[in-house]
Design a protein around this ligand. Sequence first.
Ligand SMILES: CC(C)(COP(=O)(O)OP(=O)(O)OC[C@H]1O[C@@H](n2cnc3c(N)ncnc32)[C@H](O)[C@@H]1OP(=O)(O)O)[C@@H](O)C(=O)NCCC(=O)NCCS
Length: 164
Amino acid sequence: MEPVRPRREITLRFLAEPTDVNFGGKVHGGAVMKWIDQAGYACAVGWSGYYCVTVFVGGIRFYKPIFIGQIVEVKATLIHTGRSSMHVAIDVSAADPMTGAVKKTTRCLIVFVAVDGGGDTVPVPPWKPETEEDKRLEQYAVRMATMRKAQDEELIAIDGPRKG
Ligand SMILES: CC(C)(COP(=O)(O)OP(=O)(O)OC[C@H]1O[C@@H](n2cnc3c(N)ncnc32)[C@H](O)[C@@H]1OP(=O)(O)O)[C@@H](O)C(=O)NCCC(=O)NCCS
């Protein structure tokens, strides 16, 4: 089979199952976060061709609940690359299988790092934005990275520098 890497986008589609339920009868937030991590992982691996680890999950917003029996779509799109990091935007939507009505339920930004068999970071193929939408998304990823630096400095001010 011919390799088709690098792939910038991947979409997972499945039914929300009764095992995904929370105490309120809807899909558990933890289940949604697991799907986000899985879709982001598949996207990062597809782009880099390496095993990848999650280093950051943020900007998560739950807009609407997902109900058991709805068709969940988790779309992962690469929006920025560094040397070894891949910044992936995730959009989750849920559709009623009877009516086909779709609602956007969750969005999130997740950062993966490609690592080799020894756990060392490895360079990933650079991604260059082409469309205006790509440029807008990449600027969002860069702004989020700047915000993370400020957050890290706040943590260091409270806890002191990270050790180990
Ligand atoms: C991935 C790991 C090996 C990288 O080690 P490290 O010492 O942080 O390496 P670096 O400082 O060189 O950072 C590597 C990349 O991660 C990025 N990174 C590190 N921390 C980050 C954070 N909090 N948010 C976003 N990106 C981050 C760096 O910007 C760098 O990107 P670049 O190569 O594109 O410039 C290490 O952080 C690790 O093992 N983390 C735990 C991962 C894990 O267990 N995840 C959960 C299960 S998958």
